[in-house]
Design a protein around this ligand. Structure first.
Ligand code: AMP
Length: 419
């Protein structure tokens, strides 16, 4: 299989699927350009070799053409970061895009308009609410046909396909997966970003140095069930914290006051505890909490056992005993995966627990452990604490990363390497 480093892009035209789905403010200014910067190494390598690039991306969730989702808004920033005047086609398919792509010379870059302006990109019919089953089926069938044409058109712009969009690698869309079939195995490859993400996740999940500790936080257990189950087959230690703490505490008879809880997941919590014991996994739950009398940074606070939280109070962070227990386990680990804060880290008065976890991960990393931090909120945590540069890898993927940890094969990855 070709890689970015093995492939020579000289005189080649590459279709590069990137994730330029950046946040824009009301004046269409980019508020965080991380995703654009993440694709720069791949695009620069293509240009440096003497190739040219046709860039495809989505922005937001448009339901058709809409100016506020236009990639034209980000064109100046892309040009600035690449150091070339990037050309722009006002529709990703159609005559203009075809002509511009055909005329592209080495060193030039063409940015296509938002791929999702066409329903064919996602392959989901855009029907009025209340459409009947028959109409829906007819629309699906028609879209399947037009999606083939749409994909073939995108593929016709280039002689090599590069996927560098980890954020959408879990979607079987036209430009993220289906397009790969138009290129033989020597002419489809991962961009640097996607490659790095795959290497980091596989290092954690498949080439694990032990002990392996996963720290799962966040608000709910329900959104992490599949991940927790898959991790139970792999980890030595599983630290479960954040809002899900209280579902576990309540499941075993604890008094949790007004803490966040999923009452319909008490059986599941008991089942997960039993499963961990059966698999010999050291399950570490928070024993104490920093409690608050309201969900606010300025609330009155105190500390309590997670099983003895008074009415009118709720747990918003872990307490000192849990901090110590978590840090001890983390510091002895050789592989670490962190997904989800252990408290409401957005409030400065409740970020101490997440800070303690982050500190312990940095400490272990300094002693040679491999640490992967991923999933929106934990990335925001290490950024808040200024520690993103002190862990081994910070993943850019939200849903894509979580699906990989769940053990799923991602369509965007399979389309290129076959598994
Ligand atoms: P998730 O999207 O499920 O990963 O949840 C992330 C959110 O969980 C963050 O915004 C945290 O503020 C929140 N969170 C963490 N711990 C708690 C807690 N004890 N109570 C309520 N929310 C929490």
């Amino acid at each position: 299989m070709q890689t970015m480093d093995s492939f020579n892009f000289a005189d080649r035209k590459a279709f590069v699927r990137v994730d330029f789905n950046v946040p824009l403010d009301e004046n269409f200014s980019i508020t965080d350009d991380t995703r654009i910067r993440a694709a720069v190494p791949t695009l620069k390598k293509i240009l440096k070799d003497g190739g040219c690039a046709v860039i495809g991306s989505h922005l937001g969730r448009p339901k058709g053409f809409a100016d506020r989702f236009s990639l034209r808004h980000i064109l100046p920033r892309v040009s600035e970061l690449l150091g070339v005047d990037v050309l722009f086609a006002g529709d990703c398919v159609g005559e203009e895009a075809g002509t511009m792509a055909a005329a592209l010379r080495p060193g030039e870059v063409l940015l296509l308009e938002n791929l999702r302006f066409h329903a064919e990109e996602e392959g989901k019919p855009r029907l009025e609410a209340g459409a009947g089953e028959e109409e829906t089926n007819r629309a699906k069938k028609a879209l399947k046909e037009s999606q083939k044409e749409f994909t073939a058109k995108l593929a016709s712009y280039a002689d090599v396909y590069v996927n560098d969009a980890f954020g959408t690698a879990h979607r079987a869309h036209a430009s993220t997966a289906l397009i790969a079939e138009f290129f033989d195995t020597e002419h489809r490859l991962f961009g640097y970003l996607l490659q790095n993400e795959i290497v980091a996740v596989e290092k954690v999940m498949n080439e694990t140095e032990r002990p392996f500790t996963a720290i799962m936080g966040g608000s709910k257990v329900s959104s992490k069930i599949e991940i927790i189950k898959n991790l139970l087959d792999r980890v030595d230690n599983l630290i479960l914290a954040g809002g899900m703490t209280y579902t576990f505490a309540k499941a075993f008879g604890g008094k949790i006051g007004g803490s966040i809880v999923e009452d319909d997941k008490l059986d599941l919590a008991r089942e997960l505890v039993a499963l961990a014991a059966e698999k010999g996994v050291n399950l570490v739950l928070a024993s104490d909490a920093k409690i608050a009398d309201s969900f606010s940074n300025d609330a009155a606070t105190g500390f309590a056992s997670v099983n003895e939280i008074p009415d009118g109070w709720e747990g918003l962070d872990i307490g000192p005993e849990s901090e110590k227990a978590f840090a001890e386990v983390i510091k002895k680990s050789r592989t670490i995966l962190w997904n989800g804060p252990v408290g409401v880290f957005e409030f400065d008065n409740f970020d101490r627990g997440s800070r303690a976890v982050s500190d312990a991960i940095v400490d272990a990393t300094g002693k040679g452990a491999f640490s992967l931090v991923g999933g929106g909120d934990s990335v925001a945590c290490v950024n808040k604490f200024g520690q993103a540069g002190e862990v081994s890898y910070v993943s850019t993927g939200g849903g894509a990363l979580l699906e990989m940890i769940e053990g799923k094969v991602l369509p965007g990855i399979k389309a290129i390497r076959g598994y």
